[in-house]
Design a protein around this ligand. Structure first.
Ligand code: NAG
Length: 256
């Protein structure tokens, strides 16, 4: 009986895989209004609406879009999109941003997928298609193998040159501090003012609350947060806000 069920289950898996494959074979599907679309149309619209923050709180990337998201995260398009974000930050600094140069101009960076890329980790872990395993992600982080997110170093060094104080605010936990510092320095990020991680009392707060409280503290210390950049809405949303917020693309996971 168990064997029979096993065979049935295998057959079911083969059939359901080929159903997903239908997207590729037919390359066609219909939206609610009856518009004929390809799988690429479907997944591109999913990704766009994630970035627009219309789609929220997803636990995993929809199974049928995992291959598309993997392709995007390793594509030239992702690099171009990220470079554009960084260039817009630099443009803002040279046009609409007034620095007072009194040592109180501040900029906040998120770390993961803003300075350090976790694409190497997600490449081996289903590109957001698998439920997050904190143990394995933290294991990977503790090895300090994150690569630099291309172009972010340009902004980081530009801010250093302008004399803006740099704050790194991350949901990484305190026990990852030395691995995080080593990793950042290894890929040429150094000279920040402060690295703020989550300690035990912050663990029950969601990322948005934790990060808003940090901004509030910095402001009470007299800093003017002229800009903030992160790959998650939770890194930049909530009050008090920075004078301007910049969002890097990242459809692989959602942090509330
Ligand atoms: C999570 O990752 C750890 C370390 O890699 C592994 O031992 C564990 O089995 C994983 N848990 C799940 C639910 O996959």
């Amino acid at each position: 009986m168990a064997k029979k069920f096993g065979i049935f289950f295998t057959l079911f898996c083969i059939l359901s895989t080929s159903c997903l494959g239908d997207w590729n074979i037919l390359s066609q599907h219909k939206t609610n209004s009856g518009l004929k679309i390809s799988l690429k149309n479907y997944c591109e619209s999913w990704r766009m609406n994630v970035e627009l923050h219309n789609i929220r709180d997803y636990v995993v990337v929809p199974q049928e879009c995992v291959a598309y998201i993997g392709k995007y995260m390793t594509s030239t398009q992702y690099k171009v999109d990220s470079e554009r974000t960084i260039n817009e930050c630099i443009l803002y600094l040279s046009t609409n941003c007034i620095l007072e140069n009194d040592g109180k101009d501040a900029w906040i960076f998120d770390i993961d997928d803003t300075l350090l890329s976790s694409v190497p980790y997600y490449k081996k872990n289903g590109f957001g298609g698998n439920k997050l395993n904190v143990t394995s992600l933290e294991d990977w982080m503790s090895q300090g193998k994150g690569t630099a997110v291309e172009h972010s170093l340009k902004l980081f060094n530009h801010l250093k040159g302008l004399g803006v104080k740099i704050f790194l605010v991350s949901s990484r936990r305190e026990h990852l501090r030395s691995a995080t510092v080593d990793n950042l320095v290894k890929v040429d990020f150094y000279g920040w003012n402060s690295l703020i991680l989550r300690d035990q009392e912050d663990e029950c707060k969601n990322a948005q609350t934790f990060k808003a409280e940090i901004r509030s503290k910095l402001i009470s210390q007299g800093y003017r947060i002229v800009g903030i950049i992160g790959d998650q809405w939770s890194s930049i949303e909530g009050l008090p806000s920075a004078k301007r917020s910049f969002k890097l693309p990242n459809p692989m996971y959602y942090v509330a």
